[in-house]
Design a protein around this ligand. Structure first.
Ligand code: F0G
Length: 361
């Protein structure tokens, strides 16, 4: 092979470089990347069959991003732009995943990171991440909405860069998930299901699908179906919730910042915003892991439970292509996993026969 034969590189360059043409970056933007994006789109035939649906079901497994949630898509953009503007400190409010991601990308960029978390309501893995990546961690005696209010006020001082999804470049990064779905499927799905918390992600997905459609890269757009947890469902219920509660702490939010983006996505796409109970979430959470070998955190089970309900109510035509985003990895939340799976080990003597007895051999 001659030296000047250029081989196509199989290496994934990270989502900013891959989708630079569609993102607000230029040659001077310092790209802060952990090679996020390019996550698998897994066909889930067994789960579709168990749900009783004659559908083509695909799972976009965002738990395989560098900090194990979809937040890395927005954070590579937010931290790159913060660095471009010469910021020294990035700040966010978070139910856990945003803080993990912000802390990692800030570390990578050499910036200081401060995270405001609702006291006691953060899944253990997410907290471990923020601490290990070296963020200054502040526990607010309140919920996510209180923390975000303070972060917005901090942003107004002009001394810090807010990297919550109220920062529009977060949405830009997150819209690349829709580009990937179309690139992977060869077309847009008929339906896209996802969990809704602060509502940035449903806003971003819809933006991405519309852009690919307007550019002629896809010939259709999906109907957007978002799901909230029953006691944290302000958009479904039509007004903010003072004291939201759910086992899916990632989406324990009473007054979503991108409320309008979510309702717009649902209206424009002829979609649906619904709610599911914690019990329905926990059933789908276990079913996903046992049926497909995919471990996702509880919030991801909200759209799966929602899909089950939609199938039962005949809301989904036969043969539909459906993508469900699994937004975060199951290892984020070991407490819920162990509580739900039930850890009652058989403790036996260190002998082969004792083990064989238990197995029944
Ligand atoms: N799924 C997971 C795993 C999340 O962490 C979040 C939000 C959502 C779904 C909802 O996405 O807010 O764009 O509607 N987590 C934020 C955080 C709030 O602070 O980590 P959304």
């Amino acid at each position: 092979m001659s030296n000047n034969t250029k081989q196509p590189s199989l290496a994934w360059p990270g989502l900013i470089r891959r989708y630079a043409d569609y993102l607000p970056v230029n040659e001077f933007t310092p790209i802060v990347t952990l090679l996020e994006g390019n996550t698998p789109l897994l066909k889930a035939d067994s789960l579709a069959r168990e749900m009783g649906g004659d559908i083509e079901l695909y799972l976009k497994y965002e738990g395989l991003n560098p900090t194990a949630s979809f937040k890395d898509r927005g954070m590579t953009m937010a931290v790159s732009k913060a660095k471009e503007r010469g910021a020294d400190v990035v700040v966010c409010a978070s139910t856990g995943n945003t803080s993990a991601s912000a802390a990692a990308y800030a570390a990578r960029a050499g910036l200081k990171c401060v995270v405001l978390l609702p006291n006691g309501k953060i899944a253990l893995g997410k907290l471990a991440q923020a601490l290990m990546y070296g963020a200054t961690t502040i526990s607010i005696e309140g919920n996510f909405d209180d923390a975000l209010r303070i972060v917005r006020e901090l942003g107004e001082t002009g001394q810090v860069e807010v990297v919550n999804s109220v920062n529009p470049v977060r949405i830009e990064g997150q819209k690349t998930a829709s580009f990937e779905v179309v690139d992977q499927l060869g077309q847009a799905p008929d339906f896209h299901f996802l969990p809704v918390g602060n509502a940035g992600n449903i806003t971003a997905y819809w933006k991405g699908y519309k852009e690919y459609f307007d550019l002629g890269i896809s010939s259709s757009k999906p109907r957007m179906f978002g799901f909230q947890a029953a006691n944290s469902a302000p958009i479904v219920d039509g007004s903010p919730i003072e004291n939201p509660q759910t086992v899916a702490t990632a989406i324990r939010i009473g007054n979503p910042a991108s409320w309008g983006g979510a309702t717009n996505a649902v209206e424009e796409s002829n979609g649906h915003i619904g709610k599911v109970t914690d019990n329905e979430i926990l059933i789908a959470y276990k079913q996903l892991a046992k049926t497909e070998g995919i471990f996702a955190e509880p919030a991801c089970a909200a759209p799966l439970a929602g899909l089950k309900n939609c199938l039962l109510n005949d809301k989904i035509p036969e043969g539909s292509k459906i993508v469900v985003t699994l937004t975060g990895h199951g290892l984020k939340d070991p407490d819920n996993a162990i509580n739900e799976a039930g850890y009652t080990p058989a403790v036996v003597a260190p002998e082969l026969d004792a083990v064989k007895d238990i197995i029944g051999l």
